[in-house]
Design a protein around this ligand. Structure first.
Ligand code: ADP
Ligand code: MG
Length: 606
């Protein structure tokens, strides 16, 4: 059996299909939703899920939640969140983030694996079978490092991760939208702490992510905080004491705010009760309309990313066939109204929004175990991938938005005579120059035969598998020397970085190209000068002294132009040098032909 898992920021679920029907396994509290919370309790040991989430003020800095936000990211990527969370981080200088609990520290992958272990044991208890294979979902924008980290967390939990699937794709699968002949599907996912909008094209079982957008700091938690602040005002006006300023009641207030929020998703009005520390309970009557006023500014924040996503997908709202609601926070009626307004249609929500992703993962698991057939999943990569070439220019190999799995290769050569190794530097991003892109990894291809510059043929192949994980292989084609690497999971980009890189690439497209052409012209000039110097060794005895002087002058001028920034001038000087050496080249060639006719070998230029 392969189970499907939604490893969420706030809640995680595990399920399977039973005779074609989705079945989610339940935890000890009877709910399929397992809070993604891990507590390292001083006396009780490791506690995961609902029990760990329960108010337990004395354990607060031994309780880790939202670990998914840190998955596959570097310290510098997440500094803004660190100060907002009550637990500690290890003061380490390495790339990898670690949560500090007492004198021990844990990586986000280890926290993820503890949640996954809990899910695995729920599935095993329910079925009485051993569970060791899973499909796990991730946000569509997750980059290579974040997917690797998720896969690794699964392995740590004793699960073979047979496939990583994008969350919006899973949601479409849950609704059986793969059966549609054709459609553009918007998946609106508002969870506890993050908002993702994805637009997919579905055509006869093939899913293609056209565009994604969102906000990694927008979710139900923000509603809770806004509601708590208003409730605190109400309490203060009745009792003269503001509970938000008292440490003991702060957490409880947010907890109660969330309960009120859920209540008003169902009803248009309710009575809310609060018991101030050490005095009698008080009551308020609160309406849905009132609550909507409190949270409206937060809900509105989801609009802009949706419009941008439509734009990126090249679609008008009228071209969206269906909008799907995903994530617990889409139970809020005001959120549904917003979705309807943006996409001009009633969103689909017949499945529980907090369960659809897990159901889709279960469907995908069934496809992979061979029980459902005729479906294929296609996702896209969010940023282009390439390698560094001469002069700090990026040679793109796989372009942004290519569907995966994909492999592509380019052939490069050496620049220096007798070079026996080359550095392969893998980059991610849209800009033309290395310095403006993200460095993913470096490795060396060694053991090349020492050949003249330009002779070795080095093929660099980038392979992205169905999980979106990158492998790079470099081969010298004449000798079949190879080297390869699987990109290191300790690097990663935040979404805002991805966004910024995309934005910068549009903003700077023109100046980038100009700079790229300049660098290319310099590289061309440089190799022409080297080649001419080589030819002169033989040629200088063949040409007239005046001709030799013209050539040397043209070389000098080209050399001088390289240090300037005038691309046109460099090009001009390249042409001049080419012209002036034409005659000499002919003479060298003639001589070589004669030597060959006499049965002699053409000597290697020294
Ligand atoms: P994630 O995908 O981030 O793990 P979920 O999809 O499980 O999270 O969503 C969790 C969020 O949904 C929480 O903020 C929770 O308060 C909110 N939520 C759950 N049920 C309701 C409801 N009935 N009304 C409003 N919000 C809800
Ligand atoms: Mg989710």
């Amino acid at each position: 059996m392969i189970v499907g898992i939604d490893l969420g920021t706030t809640n995680s679920l595990v399920g399977t299909l039973e005779r074609g029907r989705p079945k989610l396994f339940q935890g000890s509290d009877g709910s399929p939703l397992v809070p993604s919370v891990v507590q390292f309790h001083e006396t009780e040991g490791i506690v995961v899920g609902a029990k760990a989430k329960k108010e337990n003020p004395e354990q607060i800095n031994r309780t880790i939640y939202s670990a998914k936000r840190f998955m596959g990211r570097g310290l510098s990527d997440v500094r803004e969140w660190m100060s907002l969370l009550p637990f500690d981080f290890s003061p380490s200088t390495e790339q990898m983030i670690r949560f500090q609990v007492g004198d021990k520290s844990y990586t986000p992958m280890e926290i993820g694996s503890l949640v996954l272990k809990e899910l695995k044991s729920m599935a095993e208890k329910a079925t009485g079978e051993k569970v060791d294979k899973a499909v796990i979902t991730v946000p569509a924008y997750f980059n290579d490092a974040q997917r690797q980290a998720t896969k690794f967390a699964g392995e740590l939990a004793g699960l073979e991760v047979v496939r990583i699937v994008n969350e919006p794709t899973a949601a479409c699968l849950a609704y059986g939208l793969d059966k549609k002949a054709f459609g553009n599907i918007a998946v609106f996912d508002l969870g506890g702490g993050t908002f993702d909008i994805s637009i997919l094209r579905v055509a006869e079982g093939v899913f293609e992510v056209l565009a994604t957008n969102g906000n990694t700091a927008l979710g139900g938690d923000d509603f809770d905080h806004a509601i708590a602040a208003r409730l605190a005002q109400k309490i203060e006006s009745k009792t003269g004491r503001n509970p938000a300023t008292e440490k003991s009641s702060q957490t409880r207030l947010i907890f109660e705010a969330e309960k009120l929020k859920r209540e008003l998703s169902e009803h248009t009005e309710t009575i809310w009760r609060w018991k101030p520390d050490g005095s009698n309970p008080i009551e308020f009557s609160i309406t849905r309309l009132e609550l909507e006023d409190w949270i409206r500014p937060i809900v509105e924040k989801a609009k802009e990313p949706c419009l941008q996503c439509l734009k990126d997908a090249g679609l008008k709202p009228s071209q969206i066939t269906d909008a799907i609601l995903v994530g617990g926070s889409t139970r809020v009626p005001l959120v549904r109204k917003l979705v309807q307004e943006i996409f001009h249609r009633e969103p689909i929500c017949t499945l529980n929004p907090d369960e659809v992703v897990a159901i889709g993962a279960a469907v995908q698991a069934n496809i992979l175990s061979g029980q459902i057939s005729g479906m294929l999943l296609l996702d896209v990569i969010p940023l282009s991938l390439g390698i560094e070439t001469m002069g700090g220019v990026v040679g793109k190999i796989i372009h942004r938005n290519s569907t995966i799995p994909i492999s592509a290769s380019e052939t490069f050569t050496t620049y220096v005579d007798g070079q026996t190794s080359v550095d392969i530097h893998i980059l991610q991003g849209e800009r033309e120059l290395v310095k403006d892109n993200r460095s993913l990894s470096r490795f060396q291809l060694k053991g090349l035969p020492p050949l003249p510059a330009g002779i070795p043929k080095i093929e660099v192949e980038l392979i992205i598998d169905a999980n979106g994980i990158l492998n790079v292989k470099a081969t010298e084609l004449r000798t079949s020397t190879t080297a390869s690497i699987c990109v290191n999971p300790s690097y990663g980009l935040t979404d805002s970085e991805v966004e910024k890189m995309l934005f910068d690439s549009f903003e700077n497209a023109e100046s980038d190209f100009e700079e790229r052409f300049l660098i290319e012209a310099r590289v061309e000039a440089d190799s022409l000068i080297r080649a001419t110097q080589k030819s002169l060794i033989k040629g200088k005895t063949l040409v007239e002294p005046t001709e030799l002087l013209t050539i040397e002058r043209a070389m000098e001028e080209l050399q001088k132009s390289i240090s300037g920034n005038d691309r046109k001038l460099i090009k001009e000087k390249i042409e001049t040098l080419g012209e002036t050496t034409k005659h000499m080249a002919e003479l060298i060639l003639n001589q070589a032909v004669q030597e060959a006719l006499q049965g002699k070998k053409i000597g290697e230029p020294s």
